[in-house]
Design a protein around this ligand. Structure first.
Ligand code: PMP
Length: 393
């Protein structure tokens, strides 16, 4: 027994204590206290999950499938996913050893960082990016190194900036295209350059392609692992949340070299055991029968995309044309306000919720994220209110 009483400042580990609360949450906590907020803040589809997918989940429960699945997920789902990726992108994964079904893309991101990073090793992250990327690196004991993308370059990654950020501790690059929050897609040339850099420095590329099906204006999504020679150093991450409007089901996946996937499975089996059985059964039907619904949702997102991009530009907020996901990213700093002040005042004065760009890392300052995963009518209302606000400034 120690002879003096020790008093700790906090029971929370330093690693967790250093995680910054998400800027999005902070904002929505304020919005939740207000009445009649028009929200362009949401990062999830406003559509409900298509009926055949819901029915598949119910039928699975009724068949008594209320047990664990194998750690890696239902084999038929992995096999169907392998066929789906082969058909779309010509990339071939062995369902037995190269695919893991996860609890959303979120778990796949966490597992990837934990499986790859030794303490102090660096993960290069093009920003602005999804809010959890930096946190995953920190939770894994690694370091997040941000590589800002700019509007001048259509928020595509500049390979020279990536190269300039390399150090002897660099281990992985985490790409997120189509991008949350900018809506940018990466060009094939850029991705080939990233592949070259990864090869030269022996890095793993984690490619979060969760918005792969949500692309517009004739853009064809390039799957990173389908680039010649890329597969052996790529972890391809994806999920059902966005493409099939299944956020609440919590199903995603990681595909990659068997050795790395084995590493992901190790953490997965000790943390979640297996992804929800009901949701896996639903995801299987999403792959088999979901295509017409994906097409319908993409057509509707595209209609809203055109409305919001034209509307924001008309108001005088320069907005580049997003080719993917469901976000527009106007440059609000032209009003003389920083992004945080712009979003705060817009919320207080016009009850429109958007997200300040600085929540998404370096390169996001001066911009705000406006989601168009909400109805056409609500976008029209929000645009009218934003116009009033900007005119008053
Ligand atoms: N990646 C990106 C880029 C995202 O925007 C999101 C959700 N906002 C995720 C991953 C995680 O999604 P989920 O866990 O629902 O699959």
């Amino acid at each position: 027994m120690p002879d003096t009483l020790v008093k700790r400042d906090s029971y929370v580990s330093e690693r967790v204590a250093t995680l910054k609360p998400s800027g999005i949450r902070k904002f929505f906590d304020i919005a939740a206290t207000m009445k009649e907020v028009v929200s362009l803040g949401i990062g999830e589809p406003d559509f409900d999950t298509p009926k055949p997918i819901v029915d598949a989940g119910i039928a699975s429960l009724q068949r008594g499938e209320t047990h664990y699945t194998s750690n890696a997920g239902i084999f038929d789902l992995r096999k169907t996913l392998a066929e789906h990726l082969e058909r779309l992108y010509g990339v071939s994964y062995d369902p037995a050893t190269e695919i893991l079904i996860t609890v959303g893309g979120s778990e796949a991101l966490y597992l990837s960082a934990t499986a790859l990073l030794n303490p102090g090793e660096e993960m290069l992250i093009p920003t602005p990016c999804f809010v959890s990327y930096q946190a995953e690196a920190i939770l894994a004991g690694g370091v997040a190194v941000e590589v800002p993308c700019s509007m001048e370059n259509n928020f595509d990654l500049d390979p020279r900036a990536l190269e300039a950020a390399l150090t002897p501790r660099s281990k992985a690059i985490l790409l997120g295209f189509p991008n949350n929050p900018t809506g940018a897609v990466a060009s094939r040339e850029t991705l080939l350059e990233v592949k070259r850099i990864a090869e030269e420095h022996d890095l793993v590329v984690i490619s979060d392609e969760i918005y792969d099906r949500l692309v517009y204006g004739g853009h064809k999504h390039v799957c990173f692992s389908s680039l010649p020679g890329a597969k052996e150093r790529t972890l391809l991450l994806g999920g059902f949340s966005k493409d099939y409007a299944m956020t609440g089901w919590r199903i995603g996946y990681a595909c990659g070299p068997a050795e790395i996937i084995k590493g992901l499975v190790r953490t997965h089996q000790y943390t979640v055991m297996s992804a929800p059985t009901t949701a896996q059964a639903a995801a299987l039907v999403a792959l088999k029968e979901g295509e017409p619904y994906v097409q319908q949702m993409v057509a509707e997102y595209d209609r809203r995309r055109k409305l919001i991009v034209a509307g924001l530009n008309e108001i005088g907020l320069p907005t580049f044309e997003p080719k993917g996901a469901f976000y527009a990213f106007p440059k609000v700093s032209v009003t003389g306000l920083d992004d945080e002040t712009f979003a705060n005042r817009l919320l207080q004065e016009e009850h429109v919720a958007i997200v300040p760009g600085n929540s998404f890392g370096a390169g996001g300052e001066g911009f705000c994220r406006c989601s168009y995963a909400t109805s056409y009518a609500k976008i029209e209302t929000a645009l009218a209110k934003m116009r009033n606000f900007v005119n008053r400034l």
